[in-house]
Design a protein around this ligand. Structure first.
Ligand SMILES: Cc1cc2nc3c(=O)[nH]c(=O)nc-3n(C[C@H](O)[C@H](O)[C@H](O)COP(=O)(O)OP(=O)(O)OC[C@H]3O[C@@H](n4cnc5c(N)ncnc54)[C@H](O)[C@@H]3O)c2cc1C
Length: 449
């Protein structure tokens, strides 16, 4: 077996698979390996159970500024065009209605202003009054006791959009396409990277837990929550720590919502406001969530507090990291939000508390309609920048200029997978003195430059 590769990607989630595809299809790099610790691709955050299955393009995500939405939209469009160009309609990518709703006078004012600003970024973005919403998403308007809810409601969104996606299947498709186009590309499953060290040829030797070795001239670490521990193990990112925030979901019957319904963000809160998303992998159910529960684990497992990670303790047990978290908790809104979200996980009581939040979207929701989605949801590895003393809300990249890059990809990392793959590919070809056919990449993904 030849264990020498030009590029080794660690992590077979949607980020790793998108990079594997982009490098295999659009560069002249020949030997590319994808290493994954599990027995299949995309079984952690990118699994169909792990996330909200949404191409977050910024049109209905009220936690994005116009600047962020314009940026995210470029990456989101690449994912949509990829899926459509490969004929993955109704298998991987799904069309549905999507609305961001404002409830009550303050939120309605916010939505009206937001719509005016965002309609210039999003072609065809439509505005809906309460009467119009009643026709297209009736359960949002139906009150607890039958009549219409009292508050005014407005919405901004689309009656049809390719906005729902199964990132797990998308990852598998990237991998299949990569193997089809480059017969020297290889995938190694059940390869848990234990050690990465520089070798004498100026590259890296990567060792698995069961002592298999693979050499690489360039290493791209897309290991989700494990990217930061791996970076620190190689000596990078020592000024960063991680706040893992798990997101869970509740199921409601799919008959209640026709499409995606997003709510207005409390700007003080670091995580997206509750939303409703019809499930694209299980028919007949809609997910409400995700909740936000800080927990001492890098990946979720069967037991809420089982498998506490020693890797996490190593990177987090630092005064500066704890200070950033304690500072966040000084804010009343954040503190209440954190404690409420802890209670949402409790059997029986969790549901009773969660329904109050869920009724913001579906006022007539009954407790019998809510089921905790056991085994669904994953951990968002939010990065703490100890030098800047703040919690980073988006993604983080550690560039070393020494043939190894680390990506940390909390939400909307899955939406940005091809955008990130493009940036990494540019860096890799420069480092290895190879070429990237970016014109064809843009043409295939319908990117206007
Ligand atoms: C509740 C929730 C909802 C979300 N909803 C959305 C959404 O709707 N839209 C969106 O765009 N984003 C969403 N996100 C974010 C999105 O899920 C992630 O950004 C994305 O899946 C990250 O992909 P990834 O490939 O970087 O990481 P992952 O999917 O976590 O993949 C990392 C891979 O690395 C492997 N790995 C780790 N360590 C090692 C090792 N030592 N050796 C070998 N392999 C290793 C893991 O097994 C895993 O397969 C959501 C996240 C959460 C938690």
């Amino acid at each position: 077996m030849n264990n020498d590769f030009d590029v080794v990607i660690i992590g077979g989630g949607v980020s790793g698979c998108a990079a594997f595809y982009t490098l295999s299809e659009y560069t002249n790099i020949k030997r590319i390996a994808l290493l994954e610790k599990c027995d299949r691709l995309a079984s952690i955050s990118s699994s169909s159970k792990g996330n909200s299955q949404t191409i977050h393009d910024g049109s209905i995500e009220t936690n994005y500024t116009a600047a962020k939405a314009s940026k995210v939209k470029i990456a989101a469009d690449k994912v949509m065009h990829y899926a459509l160009s490969k004929g993955l309609q109704n298998k991987v990518i799904f069309k549905m209605q999507k609305l961001a709703i404002g409830i009550g006078d303050t939120e309605c004012d916010f939505m009206i202003k937001r719509h005016e600003e965002f309609k210039h970024i999003f072609d065809g973005l439509s505005f809906f009054t309460k009467d119009e919403i009643k026709k297209i998403e009736p359960k949002v308007i139906e009150g607890l006791n039958g009549g219409d809810r009292i508050e005014n409601v407005v919405a901004s969104g689309y009656l049809e959009s390719w906005c729902a996606i199964n990132f797990e299947k998308l990852s598998q498709n990237f991998a299949e396409e990569a193997l089809k186009t480059n017969n020297e590309s290889e995938i190694f499953l059940n390869f848990r990277v234990k050690r990465i060290r520089e070798n004498q040829s100026g590259g890296y030797t990567i060792t698995s837990k069961d002592n298999r070795e693979i050499n690489a001239k360039f290493v791209l670490v897309n290991a989700g929550s494990y990217s930061l521990p791996l970076a620190q193990h190689v000596g990078y990112g020592k000024d960063l720590a991680c706040l893992p925030v798990a997101g869970s979901f509740y199921f409601v019957p799919g008959t209640l919502l026709r499409g995606k319904v997003y709510t207005v963000q409390n700007p003080k809160l670091p995580f997206a406001a509750l939303h409703g998303d019809p499930d694209v992998a299980i028919s007949g159910v809609t997910r409400l969530g995700p909740t936000a529960l800080a927990m001492p684990k890098l990946e979720r497992s069967k037991y809420l507090f089982g498998n506490i990670n020693s890797e996490l303790l190593k990177i987090d047990l630092k005064v500066d990291a704890l200070n950033v978290v304690l500072n966040l908790l000084k804010d009343n809104d954040i503190r209440n939000y954190v404690f409420r979200n802890m209670l949402f996980e409790l059997p029986y009581f969790g549901k009773k508390l969660f329904i109050n939040d869920a009724r913001k979207i579906i006022p007539s929701l009954k407790i019998k309609d809510l089921t905790y989605a056991k085994g669904f949801g994953e951990v968002r590895p939010q990065v703490i920048d100890m030098s800047a003393k703040k919690l980073e809300l988006g993604e983080k990249k550690i560039l070393t200029n020494r043939g190894i890059t680390f990506n940390m990809t909390p939400s909307p990392g899955a939406t940005s997978c091809l955008g990130n793959a493009e940036v990494d590919t540019l860096e890799i070809v420069k480092y290895l003195n190879k070429t990237f056919d970016i014109e064809r990449f843009y043409k295939d993904l319908n990117v206007v430059v």
